[in-house]
Design a protein around this ligand. Structure first.
Ligand code: ADP
Length: 501
C-alpha cells in the first residue's frame, strides 16, 4: 500500500546552519486555496531559539560591520542575480502558501529583486555630507555608521518583498539581522535566506526563526541585544512592539494599517478610474496595506461609475492563483475570511447598500479554500465602520462626494494615512489634492497601490511612527549619523566663540 511521503520540515537558520527549534515543535503551512495541500512543516521557535539567533548575529556583526560596503554590495548583487534565476519557482511557491495570483507573486519576487539591486548600488554611495567648518583650518563631515543586530518581523501579504525591504538596507549598512517571518508564509522567507546564503552572506549575518508572534516575535522585539526593530503588520501588534522597544529607546520602525481611498472627480476618465479601482480594491484579494478599500465618487458621475465598476467586479474570476485564468485568490486563512464575513454583516447592519458579492464561497472548487466573493458596498456614510476600519479583504466601500474639499475631508477622516489617489484631468485640483491629502503616498490618475523601491514608503497617523521604508529613507533608519570635526590649526578653536569677531 502506498503511503504519503512525510512532509518536509523547514528549520531555523542560525549561524549559517539549518537547525531544529529548541521547542521541538513544528506547525503546518497549508495552501489557502486548498487546505489539503501541505506545503511543509516549519519549526515553532521560542525565546531560546531567538537567543541563539541573536547571539550569532551579534558575534557576526563584529566582522560584517568592517567589510567594506562595496564588498557587501557585491554579495547583494549576486543575491539579486540568483533571485532573477529563481523567480518563477519562488513565485509559484509564494502563490501556494499565500494565495495571490501568479502575476502578483511574480511582482512580489521582482520587488525583492529590485530592492536587492537598489541596495547593492547603495554600497558605493551611503553618502554623508562634507561641508565647510565655521572655523579656519578645520574640516567637517558626517558619515553613517552601522548599529548592530536588527530584529525584523514581517507579515504574510508580501512574503518576500517586505523581508527584502528590511534585510537589504540593514545588510548594506553593515548590520546583521534576525528575521521572524509571518507564520502563514515562511517558505518565501526561507527561499530568500537560502539565496542570500548562496550569494555568500557570511554565517551569522542573516538568521531566520520561524514561529508565531508571541513566542518568537515578542522575544525578538524585547531582546536587549537587538537595538533595531522593524515591524510590518497590524496596528494592535505594532503598539506592542513600540512598547517593547520604548524602555531601551530602540530604533523602532512600524508600518501598520491603512484605509486608503481613491477619489474620482467628475472630470475623471471613468474607464481609467474603474480600472484603477478594480486593481486597487481587489488586487491581492484586498489584502494590501495600500488597498483601495474606499472609493469616493463625485455625485454627478456616481451612478455611471457604479454601473461600470460593479459590472467589472462581477466578472472577476475567483480561484486558485496558480490557474492563469484567475483574477483573485483566496483570503490568507480562516480567521481572515471570518473577519471579512463579519465586516460584510457590519456593513449591512449599518445600512450600506450591498451592490455585489457578500458571500464566502464554499462549493465545488472553493470547498477547500478560504474564498470570498469580491464585494462592493454603495451609498456609504464615511463614518460607517466599513468606511473607517481596515478590513484587509475583498470589500470596497463607495462614498458619494461633492466638492474636492469634501473628498479630502473624507479621505483624511480616518485613523490611518498610508495611500490616497485622485482621478481628475484638472491639474489645479490634482495639485490641491497632493497638498491637502495627509498620507505618506499620493497617486494621481493611478490607484493606491504600486510602490517602487527607490521611493520612500510609509504613512502618517496610525499607519506608522514617522519612519519610512525603501529608498534612502531606509538607510536613514538602519544607520546612525556620526559627525566628524577634524581641526588641523594646531590650536584650540572654540566654535561659536572664536569666530565671533
Ligand atoms: P497580520 O494581521 O498581518 O497577521 P500581525 O500584526 O498579527 O498582522 O502580524 C504581523 C507579524 O507580527 C507576524 O510575523 C506575527 O507573527 C508578528 N506578531 C504577532 N504578534 C506579535 C507579538 N506579540 N510580538 C511580536 N510579533 C508579533
Amino acid at each position: 500500500m502506498a503511503t504519503a511521503a512525510a512532509p518536509r520540515v523547514y528549520k531555523n537558520f542560525i549561524n549559517g546552519e539549518w537547525v531544529d527549534s529548541r521547542s521541538g515543535n513544528a506547525y503546518e503551512n497549508r495552501n489557502p486555496a486548498n487546505a489539503d495541500e501541505l506545503i511543509g512543516m516549519f519549526v515553532s521557535s521560542n525565546a531560546e531559539d531567538v537567543d541563539l539567533a541573536v547571539d550569532a548575529a551579534k558575534l557576526a556583526y563584529q566582522k560584517w560591520r568592517l567589510v567594506p560596503a562595496p564588498k557587501r554590495a557585491e554579495i547583494l548583487f549576486r543575491a539579486a542575480e540568483l533571485l532573477v534565476q529563481h523567480k518563477e519557482q519562488f513565485s509559484k511557491d509564494m502563490t501556494s502558501e499565500m494565495g495571490k495570483v501568479l502575476a502578483e507573486t511574480r511582482g512580489d519576487v521582482q520587488e525583492a529583486i529590485d530592492m536587492t539591486y537598489y541596495m547593492a548600488g547603495e554600497g558605493r554611495r551611503l553618502f554623508g555630507q562634507t561641508t565647510p567648518s565655521e572655523l579656519p583650518d578645520k574640516f567637517a563631515m558626517s558619515v553613517r555608521q552601522s548599529i548592530g543586530t536588527c530584529g525584523l518581523i514581517t507579515p504574510w501579504n508580501f512574503p518576500m518583498a517586505i523581508p527584502s525591504w528590511k534585510i537589504m538596507p540593514a545588510l548594506i549598512s553593515g548590520n546583521t539581522v534576525v528575521l521572524k517571518p509571518a507564520e502563514d508564509t515562511p517558505l518565501s522567507s526561507y527561499n530568500l535566506v537560502q539565496i542570500l546564503t548562496d550569494a555568500g552572506v557570511p554565517e551569522g549575518v542573516v538568521n531566520l526563526v520561524s514561529g508565531n508572534g508571541p513566542n518568537a516575535g515578542a522575544p525578538l522585539a524585547e531582546h536587549l541585544d537587538v537595538p533595531v526593530v522593524s515591524f510590518t503588520g497590524s496596528t494592535a501588534v505594532g503598539r506592542l512592539i513600540a512598547e517593547a522597544c520604548a524602555p531601551e529607546f530602540k530604533h523602532c520602525s512600524l508600518e501598520m494599517g491603512g484605509k486608503n481611498i481613491i477619489i474620482v472627480m467628475e472630470d475623471a476618465n471613468l474607464d481609467l478610474a474603474v480600472d484603477g479601482a478594480i486593481w486597487g480594491g481587489f488586487g491581492t484579494t484586498g489584502q494590501r496595506c495600500t488597498a483601495a478599500s474606499r472609493i469616493a465618487v463625485h455625485k454627478s458621475v456616481y451612478h455611471d461609475f457604479i454601473s461600470r465598476f460593479v459590472a467589472r467586479v462581477k466578472k472577476l474570476r475567483v480561484g486558485d492563483g496558480l490557474d492563469p485564468g484567475i483574477d483573485m485568490g483566496p483570503c490568507i486563512n480562516e480567521q481572515q475570511l471570518k473577519t471579512v464575513m463579519d465586516y460584510v454583516q457590519i456593513g449591512q447592519t449599518e445600512g450600506a447598500k450591498l451592490l455585489t458579492g457578500g458571500h464566502c464561497l464554499t462549493e465545488g472548487p472553493y470547498a477547500k479554500g478560504w474564498f470570498h466573493e469580491p464585494t462592493v458596498f454603495g451609498d456609504c456614510n464615511p463614518k460607517m465602520r466599513v468606511a473607517q476600519e481596515e478590513i484587509f479583504g475583498p470589500v470596497v466601500s463607495l462614498i458619494p462626494i461633492g466638492r474636492l474639499e469634501e473628498a479630502v475631508e473624507v479621505a483624511n477622516g480616518v485613523p490611518y494615512g498610508l495611500s490616497a489617489s485622485i482621478y481628475t484631468r484638472n491639474v489645479n485640483r490634482a495639485f490641491q489634492a497632493i497638498r491637502d491629502l495627509f498620507t505618506g503616498i499620493v497617486y494621481v490618475n493611478a490607484p493606491t497601490i504600486g510602490a517602487e523601491t527607490h521611493l520612500p514608503f510609509g504613512g502618517t497617523k496610525k499607519t506608522g511612527n514617522g519612519h519610512r521604508e525603501a529608498a534612502i529613507a531606509a538607510i536613514d533608519f538602519y544607520t546612525e549619523w556620526k559627525t566628524l570635526y577634524i581641526d588641523y590649526s594646531d590650536k584650540l578653536q572654540r566654535a561659536q566663540i572664536d569666530n565671533a569677531e
